[in-house]
Write a protein that binds this ligand. Structure first.
Ligand code: ZN
Length: 321
């Protein structure tokens, strides 16, 4: 049963907004684009897990996706999918990577062998990473008053064009393909002593609720990170059809000067970008200049139509996005 849905990280969402709002000729655009590619690739891989999680051998699992928790030492750790049962839990980590992959246990490296050459690309150390996650989760359980539980983990290769080479029994215990995930979970399930119930049904749900409550979304400040100034961004409403900005407002709708598309609510996306990149509050004046609206009273109409909460009066009023 899915208790927490998969969601995009704040970092990925800010990069999506950055791809719309940082001009393509900005010197930082290429690294922004590269990082965006990595993040959206990773998210795709996590989503590929979800389909196979619908084939679980054991309906009793509570499934929590995209968790980000703080361990007792103030370090954050992220779990792609966490499966909870009364006897144990399982951490799944998705790796969306194609090609000939080798887990080199002596060097603690995941390697990709490049086609037609002897070269390898180093792709980090997912095995140490997931064992750190197990350790941090056990610390978290203890801190939050839950009994110590067996924590199993699996690295799941979610790309259809991934192949494992030079495997050892130790690697096949730790790594699987997404297509084989239900079988591997069944094996783990069968190896856990059934009599060893550590959590009653009530406590199991309490654990799930506590995990969701303690989930702390990341917060990524894209402009700071890439050293992009606010006034370098593309402002205004972006055309949903052709990406031209700004769309202009006339007779209550947004119109595109380039492709003649029109929209009633295209400003919503623009305001979402503002929240992701610039700030969580906005004044009438700031919104007016950002959306390139002709007057304070028209801007006010938009603010009212969105039903935003606000604080302050008159000129000092700030609306919460
Ligand atoms: Zn257009």
């Amino acid at each position: 049963m899915i208790k927490k849905k998969r969601e995009k990280s704040h970092k990925l969402m800010t990069h999506e907004a950055g791809m719309r709002r940082v001009p393509k000729n900005h010197p930082k655009y290429p690294i922004l684009e590269q990082e965006y590619g990595k993040l959206s690739y990773g998210h795709k891989g996590e989503e590929a897990l979800d389909y196979f999680l619908t084939f679980l051998p054991n309906d009793n699992y509570l499934i929590l996706n995209s968790l980000r928790l703080e361990d007792p030492k103030g370090r954050y750790f992220q779990i792609d999918s966490l499966l909870l049962a009364p006897t144990h839990c399982i951490i799944l980590d998705s790796k969306f990577m194609s090609g000939k992959l080798e887990f080199d246990e002596s060097a603690n490296q995941l390697l990709r062998h490049l086609p037609g050459s002897a070269d390898v690309e180093k792709l980090g150390d997912p095995i140490s990473q997931i064992s750190r996650q197990r350790h941090q989760l056990s610390l978290w359980l203890e801190k939050n008053g839950f009994p110590p539980m067996p924590i199993a983990s699996l690295i799941v290769l979610t790309h259809n064009n991934a192949a494992l080479i030079k495997t050892t029994p130790s690697i096949t215990r730790k790594v699987t393909f997404h297509t084989n995930l239900p079988n591997r979970l069944k094996e783990i399930d069968e190896n856990i002593p059934k009599r060893n119930i550590l959590l009653s049904n009530k406590d199991l749900y309490k654990l799930s609720r506590t995990l969701i409550k303690k989930h702390t979304p990341d917060h990524f400040q894209l402009l700071n990170h890439y050293n992009v100034a606010f006034n370098e961004l593309i402002t205004g409403v972006i055309c949903v059809k052709c990406s031209y900005a700004p769309m202009l407002r006339g007779r209550g709708v947004w119109g595109c000067l380039r492709c003649s598309a029109y929209s009633k609510d295209a400003h919503i996306e623009a305001i979402r970008d503002y929240k992701l990149l610039i700030g969580e509050t906005i004044s009438n004046k700031e919104l007016r200049s950002y959306l390139k609206l002709p007057s304070a009273s028209i801007t006010s109409k938009y603010l009212v139509s969105m039903g935003l909460k606000f604080e302050g009066s008159f000129k000092n009023r700030r609306y919460f996005l």
